[in-house]
Write a protein that binds this ligand. Structure first.
Ligand code: SAH
Length: 354
């Protein structure tokens, strides 16, 4: 049992079962006991490893992709270069290094990071000291917005519902025998799930991410109003079906209800929800990470870096390239969607449906 489990059990005892989204939010972001508030979870020694921590090539490709989008949109002289959910700050640091040689790009950029965890903000400041930090997107400057989000949306809390003949039953976190357990609410209709009545049947489980539309709408509105582009990378698909809630400690799956605050909790991202909320910005076809990185030239970059490496370093470099791109590793389960203003070309490596 964790300190957070005691707090949640007391709260549920007083006010009743909570939604899975409330549970996830407490586990991840509780100011004293939350997962991201209390540790740096990234890297080989942490609980999980993300693409920018696997290889510098990931940030380099994304940085050059955004720089190309900036050039395609006429090189605006003042723009916001932003990342939401920047972790250790590695991705932004790699993007900045890779774009140093793009004439005018750094002079025009002001760097902004949107991060909830004070502990991770301090880490990010070591690698990206010039950044300005924000709690939410709403305080970003009104300027063209070129931004990335890698494994951010999967950290947003989700609600889960099981369909039955009378409507949707929500999965609620309650208490039984002094332990946190899942239960189902009474069936009720849910407006927000009307679009899932066509592709589900009784017994199917669907997920809803309540914070996602608000965030995606703000990104899309800013890009439509001021120009810019967003690259959103995450694991998931156009539309999810079934239970995708996952708890990870020390690189291995664990019970999400056993030690709240001690495990990373994530869920697959429904990219359809992002694409729809981001209107009037235009969205690209959902593309796998492997294809996207190959189109951006990661193999050429890998070969040129390999020339300076030997032995273990070379082996690790080859393994990292494979890990980012190969379909049996991160290449296929991770997807990329781009957002850009109507009338501008899609970000490099991404296309539109014919
Ligand atoms: N992009 C990084 C880290 C991904 S982990 C990488 O690829 O390595 C998720 C990140 O989102 C963490 O930095 C976490 O603290 C942050 N985060 C989670 N929920 C958030 C929220 N609601 N607002 C802002 N940041 C959040």
């Amino acid at each position: 049992m964790t300190a957070l489990a005691d707090l949640l059990i007391a709260r549920i005892g007083q006010t009743g079962p909570i939604t899975l989204a409330d549970y996830m939010a407490e586990c991840l972001l509780h100011p004293k006991h939350g997962y991201y508030a209390t540790r740096d979870p990234f890297g080989a020694k942490g609980d999980f490893i993300t693409a920018p921590e696997i290889s510098q090539m990931f940030g380099e490709m994304l940085g050059l992709c955004l720089a190309q989008a900036w050039i395609d949109q006429g090189q605006p002289t003042h723009f916001t270069l932003a990342e939401i959910g920047p972790g250790r700050g590695t991705l932004m640091a790699d993007m900045l290094r890779a774009t140093k040689s793009v004439p005018g790009f750094h002079d025009a950029a002001s760097v902004h990071l949107i991060e909830a965890s004070p502990l991770l903000r301090a880490k990010q400041a070591e690698l990206v000291p010039q950044a300005t930090w924000h709690d939410t997107i709403s305080t970003l400057p009104d300027a063209p917005l070129f931004m990335v989000a890698n494994e951010f949306f999967d950290a947003l809390p989700i609600r889960q519902f099981t369909r039955d003949d009378a409507g949707w039953r929500e999965h609620m976190v309650g208490v039984q025998d002094d332990k946190l357990t899942l239960g189902l609410s009474a069936a009720a209709p849910m407006d927000a799930l009307d679009h899932r009545l066509d592709d589900t049947k009784a017994g199917d489980l669907v997920e809803l991410c309540p914070a996602l539309p608000g965030i995606a709408t703000q990104i899309g509105q800013r890009i439509a109003d001021h120009g810019g582009a967003a690259l959103i990378i995450d694991y998931g698909d156009w539309r999810s079906l079934g239970d995708t809630l996952q708890a990870i400690t020390d690189h291995a799956p664990v019970d999400p209800f056993k030690a709240p605050g001690d495990a990373d909790l994530t869920a697959h991202v429904d990219f359809e929800a992002i694409a729809q909320a981001a209107s009037p910005a235009q969205f690209t076809r959902l593309t796998t990470q492997g294809v996207f990185l190959e189109r951006l030239g990661i193999t050429n970059r890998a070969q040129s870096l390999a020339q300076h490496l030997t032995g273990d370093g070379l082996d690790q470099h080859i393994a990292a390239h494979r890990r980012l791109t190969h379909p049996s590793e991160m290449g296929e389960i991770f997807k990329v969607i781009g957002l850009h203003p109507k009338g501008t070309p899609p970000p490099a490596g991404l296309t539109h449906d014919a």
